[in-house]
Design a protein around this ligand. Structure first.
Ligand SMILES: Cc1cc2nc3c(=O)[nH]c(=O)nc-3n(C[C@H](O)[C@H](O)[C@H](O)COP(=O)(O)O)c2cc1C
Length: 324
């Protein structure tokens, strides 16, 4: 399948694996790229730029296809060494960067100078327009369904994607709630030129996370996610568990007086304990409503091949058949 997204990134299928903290290591990124999609290493999971450089080199040893790096610009006061991470990306010869969080404008000239394509992840049309105006090559439009941070507008993809299509000139991928060939065809119909998946890629053989995490996603239904940190305007969609219930009870109790320190135990530093040790009640971890559509743990290649075969059959048989 050819779209502006496959052309932009030099990939076979219009499928991107979104950056995921403590999931997006070289093994997963390489598996996605080898299967014809665009795999992404999660930059900030690597604690220093030197470690990111090493992760990029590991990925390069596992694939000769294009892969990228996610750089999440956090709204924190003490910022990570972003210039160092960007240097690691440039020196590592990476040609695709997914930015997320704060506005990436100050880093764009340097990335562009080195021929790096930038796709910015946004949860609203106004942020997507801003990304287009500052020179991003594409955007990833994350609807309210998504795992991770859906923003504060709560617009689901059935509205958000066509709104993006009627407003943007640069290509965009649909993100949030995407799982299979149906998702891809729907995304294309709504105006996107591909799709980005997070949660679906965690439940794959190659995702380098504890088996408990994959099984939790397979066991979960579409009713099992919760929104946390809304009072802090840092809303995150997570899988419900004992820690999340304690966190929500704290939010209810403190109301508008809630501060980050009140919930630090449930959200800070919990990813390694969950993703690596499989301690599923250690804290809140991002997960999309799409868990309800995930019933197996295939290899990445089997998943991507299945998505593309389903999409083709849907377009050429079911949809074309309706017109006969
Ligand atoms: C466990 C997990 C961790 C994530 N970590 C990040 C991150 O560090 N940076 C980022 O930009 N997005 C992050 N995301 C969001 C994904 O890249 C993607 O946008 C989202 O998962 C899409 O929604 P879906 O899960 O319904 O496919 C994360 C998502 C999950 C599920």
């Amino acid at each position: 399948m050819k779209t502006r997204i496959t052309e932009l990134f030099g990939i076979q299928h219009p499928i991107i694996q979104g950056g995921m903290h403590y999931v997006g290591f070289a093994e997963l990124a390489a598996a996605v790229s080898n299967a014809g999609g665009l795999g992404l290493i999660t930059g900030l999971t690597q604690k220093t730029p030197e470690l990111l450089a090493r992760e990029i080199a590991r990925c390069r040893a596992m694939t000769d296809k294009p892969f990228g790096v996610n750089l999440t610009f956090l709204p924190t006061v003490s910022s990570p060494d972003y210039p160092g991470y960007i240097r690691a990306i440039i020196e590592g010869g990476v040609k695709a960067v997914e930015t997320a969080g704060n506005n990436p404008q100050q880093w764009l000239p340097l990335l562009k100078e080195h021929g790096i394509k930038v796709i910015h992840k946004c949860t609203s049309v106004r942020h997507a327009l801003k990304a287009e105006a500052i020179g991003c090559d594409a955007v990833s439009v994350d609807g309210f369904e998504c795992g991770g941070h859906p923003g504060e507008d709560d617009v689901p993809n059935f509205i958000l994607l066509p709104r993006a299509a009627e407003t943007l000139k640069i290509p965009f991928v649909a993100s949030g709630g995407m799982a299979d060939g149906r998702s891809l065809v729907a995304a294309l119909a709504l105006g996107a030129e591909g799709m980005n998946m997070g949660t679906r890629f965690i439940a794959t053989q190659e995702a380098p996370v504890h088996e408990h995490v994959k099984q939790a996603i397979v066991a979960a239904s579409e009713l099992d996610t919760r929104l946390v940190m809304r009072p802090l305007r840092n809303t995150e969609r997570v899988l419900n568990n004992a820690a999340v219930e304690r966190l929500l009870a704290k939010e209810k109790e403190l109301g508008a007086n809630l501060k980050f320190e009140d919930i630090i135990e449930q959200v800070a530093g919990v990813y390694p304990r969950i993703m690596q040790n499989g301690d599923m009640d250690a804290g809140a971890w991002s997960c999309g409503m799409v868990a309800g559509l995930i019933h197996d743990v295939p290899t990445v290649k089997a998943l991507i091949d299945r998505i593309m075969a389903e999409a083709e059959a849907l377009i050429t048989q079911r949809l074309a058949g309706l017109l006969r």
